[in-house]
Each structure stands twice: as C-alpha cells, then as structure tokens.
Design a protein around this ligand. Sequence first.
Ligand SMILES: Cc1cc2nc3c(=O)[nH]c(=O)nc-3n(C[C@H](O)[C@H](O)[C@H](O)COP(=O)(O)OP(=O)(O)OC[C@H]3O[C@@H](n4cnc5c(N)ncnc54)[C@H](O)[C@@H]3O)c2cc1C
Ligand code: FES
Length: 225
Amino acid sequence: MLWLPGVDLKPFSVAWQSKKQFGLAVIKVGPYTTELFKIKTGERLGFNGPYGNGYNLQGKKLLLIGGGSGLASVTFLAQAAREQGLAVDFVLAAKTADKIIYQSWLEKLGVKVYHRFQNQKYERAWQLIEDLAEQNNYDAIYACGPELLLEKIVDLALLKKIFCEISIERYMKCGIGICGSCAIDPLGICLCQAGPVVSAEFAKKITEFGKFERLASGEKHYFKK
Ligand SMILES: Cc1cc2nc3c(=O)[nH]c(=O)nc-3n(C[C@H](O)[C@H](O)[C@H](O)COP(=O)(O)OP(=O)(O)OC[C@H]3O[C@@H](n4cnc5c(N)ncnc54)[C@H](O)[C@@H]3O)c2cc1C
Ligand code: FES
C-alpha cells in the first residue's frame, strides 16, 4: 500500500527487486497516480506491507500473462522464476506500443516475450494465449490483467488441467482486512488477505468473478462482455 502524504494510500504490486531496491510500475489513470507522477527525488513517499499472498512457483515451463496495471505483479514473478532457472514465456498485453514496458529487461533475464496490442475485448491476446497453450506443454500459467481475459485463462487452464494462479484486483482501502471494501461475493472474504493471488479453482467459487467489481462506494460495476 503506497502512501502519498496528503493524497491517499493505494495498492500497487512490486514489479522487480534487487538487493537494495524495489521498483513499481504505475499507470497514470486518475487523481492519485497523477499526483504520484509529480513526485521528485527527496520528497516523501511511504508504504505499508507487503500484504496478501503471492504466486506459488510450480513446474519447469511457465506461461505468464500480464495486461495493463496487472503487468507489474507478473514481471516480479518472471524475475523470481528466472532466478530459479525456470523457462518462462511471457505474454504482454497492452493497448498501445508506449504501454509495452519491461520487454528488454525481461528479455535480458532470458524470458521469451510475446506482445499483442489490444482491441476492446482482448481477442488478440487471447488468440495468442490459446495458440501458445496448444503448442507448448506448460506446467503452470500465471496471470494478472483485465478480468474478462483472466476468466478465459482460468477456463482454459481448468480444461487443460494446467496449474494456474491469477491475481484479481478489487478496490482496496486498508489492505489489512478491516474496511471490507475488497470483500468478494458470495464468500465475503477480503481479497487483500485471501488474495490477490488465487488459484483457478478458487476463482470459480467467486460468483462475481468476470461479472462485476465494487467501486469505492461499494456500488457494483459490471464488466462489459
Ligand atoms: C492488488 C492490486 C495491485 C495493483 N498493482 C498496480 C500496479 O502495479 N500498477 C498500477 O499502475 N496499478 C496497480 N493497481 C491499481 C491501482 O491501485 C489504481 O490504478 C490506482 O489506485 C488508481 O488511483 P487513481 O486515483 O489514480 O485513479 P482513480 O480514478 O481513483 O481510479 C482509476 C481506476 O483504478 C481503480 N482504483 C482506484 N483506487 C483503487 C484502489 N484503492 N484499489 C483498487 N483499485 C483502485 C479504480 O477502480 C479505477 O478502475 C493495483 C490494484 C490492486 C488492487
Ligand atoms: S482493503 Fe480493506 S479489507 Fe481489504
């Protein structure tokens, strides 16, 4: 949870880490991120956490998929996988070329990167993911990105019986299970603690998965299919 004094506290994923540093990858989308982009070296920025759970690395050949603001959580996983010598194919789904970040860094780590620019329904990325899953024997699939794409990935993994974990974004205010803003239907559990990473099997138990999320007020926001 990244704290910009006087502005807000918002959830972000660690995108990479070294012995002394860690990095975040932030997309400017609204008031908080606009203020965050103005921050200069020497100004104050704080964080709590990390909270929730992370991915469980399994197998030797992995398919990682990152889209939009979900990219950071899987780039960090790619780094961890390469440090363990695992083979990683990475699908980077972005809306435009300027949103393709970390490609050369991933390639330097030895990751095979594929990217697809998106139309509204993420059909191009989906086609690529289906083709890759058909042509390769992946031991595991990990993904974070637009929920309608995550829903398809979960169904594909369950059908092909491939171990799969996804990271689901919900509105998070505290990050520690107090405010309830990230509670999911029908389980009522808080995704900031029980997630954001869940297994494909667990995702199927969330009835709102792929249907709606809740806004800051708690009001439902339905995904456009
Ligand atoms: C677990 C998790 C990890 C995330 N990791 C990253 C990341 O690595 N990089 C990145 O760019 N973004 C990430 N996000 C999304 C990021 O938190 C929002 O983009 C940011 O809070 C937007 O704030 P804003 O005021 O600029 O925009 P707003 O105009 O307030 O919102 C723009 C969009 O961001 C969503 N959002 C706003 N506030 C929150 C919140 N408190 N919790 C969840 N979603 C919110 C809104 O629902 C809306 O879709 C992550 C979200 C979650 C839940
Ligand atoms: S963000 Fe407050 S309970 Fe999850």
